[in-house]
Each structure stands twice: as structure tokens, then as C-alpha cells.
Ligand binder design. Structure first.
Ligand code: ATP
Ligand code: MG
Length: 356
């Protein structure tokens, strides 16, 4: 059956990096991937063309796609749009919400070829390979009521932290399945000593653990998890946590690897439909200069093949091709080091294609 892939280049470096990733997808077509590739507008570029960051046409294409590849959205050009609902970032949030993309997978992998880029000592990080599973459509970022109002003569701001059992259970299942496929180790991060909602979180995770006897579940408070992540990150394999804790911990974990230009991510819904994008942003400071590292986006294609298109072999081939170009000493500016060959965005794409 022909699968449908929607590519949304977005803003800033988005078009440059998705162009290279699209070449990789096209190479996969010649290697047996039965898929159609379409393009659409989102973010600032959609705002410029249609006055909204998420045009109906894009949303329709997204709904009928099996998988979406997104570059990045936003940039200074759109920072002064007064109507917040029209800012580029709302295009991304709208897609997540409309497609129900509740399961965010954020790997933090230290490439041995890039070990010197880490902020930690080699003996602490070598071999680091963590998968953070973050709940993406609930928790305190979405809870009602929320607002800023006058109480007893002063203004107060408030948000509500809510998770239902079913929301916890579905993200829990994603994490247990992931742990089962990896090393059978799962750490659930909460703040169950202080927050009731995370007492429920812990209860549901414990209940699921009974269904996955092959997975060893542990629990950790988020403050300790942050400390352990920088102290001894290799103790983690799969980590599952709510939206806000996951936001913070996954950014910290990404930085441990020292290569923001290398890290992909996936956001999945209940049907296995997914949106795939690099962890980094639109990098307006280097946009249009053929300088950006396309590898995070190319590795996002590998995640797409593995998690939405059931093509794990092709995914592994792409990952191996990326390993090969790093072994060969090719480096974009963000991962440059002495004695290595500096290449542009498109040259990096050429090299990955050749390796593939
Ligand atoms: P956002 O709010 O969208 O996450 P941001 O401002 O936090 O964006 P990025 O856009 O990720 O951050 O950029 C942070 C820094 O990292 C910038 O200096 C940018 O040039 C650099 N950077 C980000 N992605 C890449 C990439 N793929 N290749 C090279 N440099 C990058
Ligand atoms: Mg950012």
C-alpha cells in the first residue's frame, strides 16, 4: 500500500534541511519504500502566504498523511505579530493538537565520533543512549482553569496540572513498549511527594508494570532525575514523564550530547501516525547560508521509517549512513573540530546519499 508523507519545510533553516532529508526519502523510494511525498506550508511561511500559520489545506494534507516531516518554524520576522494565535509556533501546536500527537519521543544519543562536543567527561557520557518519552498534549501546559486575575488586591497567575488515568495509561504504554524493544528498563519521573496528579501517575505506571513483567520499572522524583541526568546519565535507558518535566529533562539530556544539530524527535498519536522533526529550532542566525546541519532532520526520517512506516531496515540503513559520514570526518559548522573536513548543508546531504 502506498504511504503518504507530508513534508513541511517551515521557516529559517527548515527549507534547507528538509531539502536534504527529502533527498534521503527519495533514495528510500528507490530502495523499495512505497510512498508518495507531498509538500505543504506551515509557520511563518504559511502566514506570509495565507495570513495564518496553519492553513486548512495543510491541515487536510496532514490528516491524510501517514507521516509528516517538519523542518522548523518561527523567526524574528514574525515576532511582532500582535495576534498570538497567528504566530508561527501556533502552527506547530495546532498540528499537535489536531492530530492528537500525545507521545513525544526524544532520543539523546552521544555519537562516539562527536564525544568531544559533550559538556561532560568522556567516561561519564561515552555510549550514552537515552530515550525520553514525554506526554505532549496534556498536563500543566493545557490544564483549565488558567489565567491571570485579581485576587485580594493583587494579580495572581495560575495554571492547573491535570492528567486523567487514560492519558497516563496511553503514554505509559508507549514507554513500556519502547522499553520492551530496547533494554527492558524504564524510569518514570514524577513529583509524587508533592503533587497529587503525579501520585496517580505513579499508580497507573505500577499497574501497567504488572502487564509488562519483562520490563523493570523504577520511579524517580524530577529534581533527583535532573541531578542524576548530569551526574551519571548512563543509568537511564527509557524515561517516561509528563509534558512539563519532559520538556525540561529532554532539553537537558539533548545538551549532554553537545550536538543539538544531530538530534531527531517523533510525536505520535494513537493510530501510529507521526510528526517527525529535529529537536533544534529554525536557527534564523544561519538561515539561507547552506551552513546548517541536516543530520537531525535526516535522522528524523529514520525515526519516521521505524515508527510510522514499519520500515526498520531502511531506518537502520540511514542511521548507518550517518555513522559512516561522521566516521569519514565530515562536519558541518556546529559539530566542527580540528582535523575534520568542514562541509555545507548540501555537501552533508550528498555524503549521506552516497553512503546510503
Ligand atoms: P526554538 O525556540 O525554535 O527552539 P531556539 O532559538 O531555541 O529556537 P535554535 O533555533 O535551535 O534555538 O538555535 C539555537 C542555536 O543553535 C543557534 O545558534 C543556531 O544557529 C544553532 N543551531 C540550531 N540548529 C542547528 C543546525 N541544524 N545546524 C547548525 N546550527 C544549529
Ligand atoms: Mg528553544
Amino acid at each position: 500500500m502506498t504511504r503518504r508523507i507530508l513534508v513541511l519545510p517551515g521557516d529559517g533553516i527548515g527549507p534547507e534541511i528538509t531539502a536534504q532529508a527529502t533527498r534521503v526519502l527519495e533514495a528510500c523510494q528507490t530502495l523499495g519504500l512505497d510512498a508518495e511525498i507531498e509538500q505543504g506550508l506551515v509557520g511563518g511561511s504559511a502566514y506570509d502566504a495565507h495570513g495564518v500559520p496553519l492553513p486548512d489545506e495543510t491541515l487536510d494534507k496532514a490528516r491524510s498523511a501517514d507521516a509528516i516531516l517538519l523542518g522548523a518554524v518561527g523567526g524574528p520576522k514574525w515576532d511582532r505579530i500582535e495576534d498570538l494565535s497567528k504566530r508561527p509556533e501556533k502552527g506547530l501546536l495546532g498540528l499537535r493538537k489536531e492530530l492528537g500527537l500525545f507521545g513525544n519521543l526524544r532520543p539523546a544519543i552521544l555519537y562516539p565520533q562527536l564525544a568531544e562536543a559533550s559538556t561532560l567527561k568522556p567516561e561519564v557520557v561515552s555510549g550514552l543512549d537515552i530515550m525520553i518519552v514525554r506526554e505532549l498534549t496534556g498536563g500543566i501546559y493545557f490544564g483549565q482553569p488558567r489565567g491571570i486575575e485579581e485576587r485580594d488586591g493583587q494579580r495572581v497567575g495560575f495554571n492547573t496540572y491535570v492528567y486523567s488515568e487514560s492519558e497516563i495509561e496511553r503514554i505509559g504504554r508507549v514507554a513500556f513498549e519502547m522499553a520492551r524493544k530496547r533494554n527492558g528498563k524504564l524510569c518514570s519521573v514524577d513529583k509524587a511527594n508533592v503533587l497529587e496528579v503525579t501520585i496517580l501517575w505513579r499508580e497507573v505506571m505500577d499497574r501497567l508494570a504488572a502487564e509488562y513483567p519483562d520490563v523493570e520499572l523504577s520511579h524517580m522524583y524530577v529534581d533527583n532525575a535532573a541531578m542524576q541526568l548530569v551526574r551519571a546519565p548512563r543509568q537511564f535507558d527509557v524515561v517516561v514523564t509528563g509534558n512539563m518535566f519532559g520538556d525540561i529533562l529532554s532539553d537537558a539530556a539533548a545538551m549532554l550530547t553537545g550536538s543539538i544539530g544531530m538530534l531527531p524527535s517523533a510525536s505520535l498519536n494513537e493510530r501510529g501516525q507521526g510528526m517527525y522533526e529535529p529537536c533544534h529550532g529554525s536557527a534564523p542566525d544561519i538561515a539561507g547560508q547552506n551552513l546548517a546541519n541536516p543530520l537531525a532532520t535526516i535522522l528524523s526520517v529514520a525515526m519516521m521509517l521505524r515508527y510510522s512506516l514499519d520500515e526498520a531496515d531502511l531506518a537502520a540503513r540511514i542511521e548507518a549512513a550517518v555513522g559512516k559520514v561522521l566516521d569519514d570526518g565530515l562536519r558541518t559548522a556546529d559539530i566542527a573540530s580540528e582535523g575534520k573536513r568542514r562541509v555545507s548543508t548540501s555537501e552533508m546531504g550528498d555524503a549521506v546519499l552516497a553512503a546510503l
